[in-house]
Write a protein that binds this ligand. Structure first.
Ligand code: ADP
Ligand code: ZN
Ligand code: ZN
Length: 820
């Protein structure tokens, strides 16, 4: 018997192995087997196909080493999805496997394992298992090292068993970005250890009403009071119940009556959760809900186009609940890990523990737990998975519904490495495999999605009112050209924006400021000779980060310290040009010193818990002004923000990309959506030098449709998606001559096939990244079946090119299908 297996590699072909007779009955597609590649490398591979006739291969067929699973760990639905992704996005099944499986289910020679500390070996271990433990006693080792040291062919099954028993773990790269969720709790200060001390404390706050309310509130809620093990109460709850302020609570802490503690709150929390009733939908929401259900009888996919705060999430919750009652799986996709925190909370409230969260910030163990939970789904109760892009790869067995929230977000597209897949588009295929439905939700649909909806491919349901009569914000522009002429601009702030901020702060309201760029300034320049420090490996200028005095490449991470003398002319006149979030924060601190200002961007959220802490503090109104990048635009729900400022609309509008206007509309409409409070209209101020830009007018009028119409017209005229399928082909090599030459050869071959549907070779905006020179081609394919054949043809052209010359062997050719 023979098998074709999928290896976690970029190989375009599958590898064949023979199966010893003793295992013939146990082998089925989807299980893992241990195989050897080359002389040394060991892998766990997924069985893809089982058959009896010896295949014709150009290599000697080896035997598999061992069988790792009794039952498949990858089901048929998954394999079909992998196939589609591999064909559509032009990558290998192995590349799909790499993103699809959590690290703990993939083992290869380079995989490093270590022992999990444990007290007594009370477990039954085989000889080889004992030997492995001994080998790992003093240090972690790779599987290859273990193999060399033990010379045991069945090393992988033994490692697998030890992993299952929890005695070994796979070493992961240190995840600095991992954020556990924490919350602030309050308890009695340890110095208060008797009735007497407590009375003294009460005496001390007698005349401060708000402080007294807090202490009394705590005593009341924590009764019976224990001085040894004081009750811990969530800060939020205490403030709510005592109807007091955070300043008063802080005073009680300063007086050593109460103390704060930071507590981690679980993610896959298995404790009993109080489950609340689902909110009743408003009549408009109910109508939308009914329409969605009706549209599902006609279409596989429905777009819910609902303005910000219209209650889309409430509608999702009701739809999910119906699926769970039928014992189905639901996948709820979010564009970013950061967003999961707010939503988890809302879902847990109604679904308790029937919800699993899946993303890369969870450790292996937790991810495998979720994976296995679904794989074994023998229980009749349904289950919701809340996850980002990669959660489309989990082993669902009975998907009923997939929700793609904020479907327009480009984080749904994986850019690098392959597979360069779009999760939104892939789940439509996944849903068809399961006979499930897809709901796409957003206030600002992607042009492609809306096109499909108005053309009847998707159902379309609109929700155009905010919940609870909240009005959409007023959007005003600030003409920066005029303001500058009139000397009304302080650093990067117009007088109008500054006044707006002051007004909001005086009313006790909060402000969000959006700047599309992180760092202090995008580049620094010698004012004498014009020299600008650039990355050594990429063709970009270095971004200045003032807080650590570094110049950093945002493409590869290369960093040097800030230069105070020009290396070219020795001048000391080096200045920061342009501005990012860090500079805005600094300037604002000087302009409005009394405000509490925080920044939210990639740079200051790398640290553990930073993101949660900042959002938490903003929610608790301990921060007045939040300055941030795209991160602040996404579906966050605050209730005291009255003003949103966009510092510079011009760099978004003028970005050289056919989606620039669509993106600008989405970003500004989304961030503007954060403004507004119950009973009070929010305000959005956009600083721009181009007040006449139609996109800005559409935002002011909350007129998505006009934006769509103007964009779709342009796309039609210039033949851009959705009127064609766009592919970007990129050649990469460390030697510029090799890329140039190969591009010319490829261009001849491709021009002969595709004619003027091919553009290029062209130098991309950034033409060198990580020391590799890049050249691009753009190819526009039709939207029909022929496109798929064209991809096969393309692949053949690449193979031909690579084999035509020795230097081309090291050429990298990547394809981005439907680039974002
Ligand atoms: P969207 O997802 O469309 O931005 P949300 O679902 O987040 O809107 O709703 C905005 C706010 O209004 C949330 O605070 C939510 O709790 C509240 N809300 C919406 N619909 C209801 C409802 N039917 N009952 C109670 N509160 C609701
Ligand atoms: Zn100089
Ligand atoms: Zn770089």
């Amino acid at each position: 018997m023979f098998v074709d297996v999928i290896l976690p590699l970029a190989l375009s072909e599958l590898f064949s192995y023979s199966v010893p007779a003793e295992w013939a009955n146990t082998i089925v597609p989807g299980i893992r087997v241990a195989v050897q590649v080359g002389q040394k490398k060991l892998y766990s591979a997924i069985v893809y196909r089982v058959y009896e006739d010896k295949p014709a291969t150009g290599y000697v067929i080896k035997e598999i080493f061992s069988v790792l699973d009794e039952t498949p760990i990858v089901n048929d639905y998954q394999l079909k999805l992998w196939e589609w992704i591999s064909a559509y996005y032009m990558c290998s099944l192995g590349e799909v496997m790499k993103v699809a499986l959590p690290a703990g289910l993939k083992m290869e020679s380079e995989t490093r394992v270590c022992i999990v500390p444990f007290d007594n070996i009370d477990v039954d271990l085989s000889d080889i298992e004992k030997q492995i433990i001994r080998e790992l006693e003093d240090k972690e080792r790779s599987i290859e090292e273990l193999y060399n040291r033990t010379k045991r062919r069945n090393i992988l099954p033994a490692v697998k068993l030890l992993l299952d028993k929890g005695l070994l773990s796979i070493r992961e790269e240190l995840k600095t970005s991992y954020r556990a969720k924490t919350a602030t709790f309050v308890r009695l200060h340890p110095s208060i250890d008797s009735e007497e001390k407590l009375n003294e404390a009460l005496e001390a706050v007698k005349r401060a009403d708000k402080q007294r309310a807090i202490v009394e509130g705590y005593i009341h809620a924590a009764s019976p009071l224990s001085y040894k093990v004081p009750v811990e109460m969530s800060r939020k709850e205490l403030l709510k119940l005592s109807r007091s302020s955070s300043a008063a609570l802080k005073a009680c802490v300063d007086k050593n009556i109460l103390e704060y503690l930071e507590k981690q709150i679980g993610r896959i929390d298995n404790s009993a959760v109080s489950v609340n009733e689902i909110s009743n939908l408003s009549s408009i929401q109910q109508q939308a809900f009914d329409k969605i259900k009706h549209q599902f009888t006609l279409h596989n996919t429905v777009l819910l186009h609902g303005v910000t705060s219209s209650g889309k999430t409430e509608i999702y919750i009701k739809l999910i609940s119906e699926q769970l009652q039928q014992g189905k799986h639901v996948l709820y996709l979010l564009p970013e890990i950061a967003l999961t925190t707010q939503i988890i909370h809302r879902l847990k409230n109604v679904f308790g523990n029937r919800i699993g969260v899946y993303h890369s910030h969870f450790n292996n163990h937790e991810r495998i737990e979720v994976y296995n939970n679904l794989l074994e789904a023998n229980n009749d109760s349904g289950f919701v998975i809340l996850g980002v892009r990669s959660s489309i790869f989990l082993p669902y067995t009975k998907l009923g519904l997939i929700i793609v929230d904020e479907e327009h977000e480009n984080t749904y597209k994986q850019y690098d490495p392959a597979p360069r897949y779009h999760a939104r588009d892939s789940v439509i295929v996944l849903s068809q495999l399961h006979g499930a439905k897809v709901l796409l939700g957003t206030a600002t649909p992607a042009i492609e999605t809306y096109y499909n909806a108005v053309n009847g491919k998707y159902g379309l349901v609109k929700l155009s009112e905010r919940f609870g009569n909240m009005e959409l914000p007023v959007v005003e522009t600030v003409d920066m050209v005029r303001a500058r002429k009139r000397k009304q601009v302080h650093t990067h702030f117009s007088g109008m924006l500054l006044d707006g901020i002051q007004d909001a702060l005086e009313q006790g309201e909060q402000v969000i400021l959006f700047q599309n760029r992180r760092g202090f300034s995008p580049f620094v320049m010698c004012q004498t000779c014009g020299y600008t420090p650039r990355c050594e490996y990429c063709d970009v200028s270095l971004t200045y980060h003032k807080y650590n005095s570094q110049l950093v490449c945002h493409y590869c991470g290369y960093a040097i310290s800030m230069q105070h003398h020009c290396p070219q002319c020795q001048s000391a006149d080096i200045q920061a040009c342009g501005f990012g979030t860090e500079k805005i924060e600094e300037e604002l601190k000087l302009l409005i010193p009394e405000a509490r200002i925080e920044r939210l961007d990639l740079d200051n959220t790398r640290q553990k818990n930073a993101y949660e802490r900042i959002l938490h503090d903003f929610e608790e109104q301990e921060i007045n002004i939040l300055v941030g990048t795209q991160m602040v635009t996404k579906g966050l729900d605050f209730d005291n923000v009255s003003l949103v400022g966009v510092l510079n609309a011009d760099n978004m509008l003028n970005f050289p990309d056919f989606r620039a206007h669509e993106r600008s509309y989405q970003l500004m409409a989304q961030v503007g959506g954060r403004a507004g409070r119950k009973n009070k209209k929010g305000r959005v101020l956009i600083q721009t030098s181009d007040t006449g830009n139609p996109v800005i007018r559409y935002i002011q009028q909350h007129d998505y449709l006009s934006m769509y119409n103007s964009q779709i017209e342009e796309r039609k005229v210039f033949n851009y998606p959705p009127f064609c399928r766009l592919l970007v082909l990129t050649l990469k090599h460390t030697n510029k001559n090799v890329v140039d030459e190969a591009a010319i050869t490829l261009s001849h071959t491709l021009k002969a096939i595709f004619g003027n549907r091919l553009a290029g070779p062209e130098t991309p905006l950034i033409n060198r990244i990580q020391n590799k020179y890049l050249l691009n081609f753009r190819l526009k394919l039709g939207r029909d079946k022929a496109a798929q054949q064209a991809k096969v043809l393309l692949r053949e052209c690449f193979d031909q090119l690579i084999q035509s010359k020795k230097e081309y062997r090291t050429l990298k050719i990547s394809v981005d299908v439907d680039p974002m």
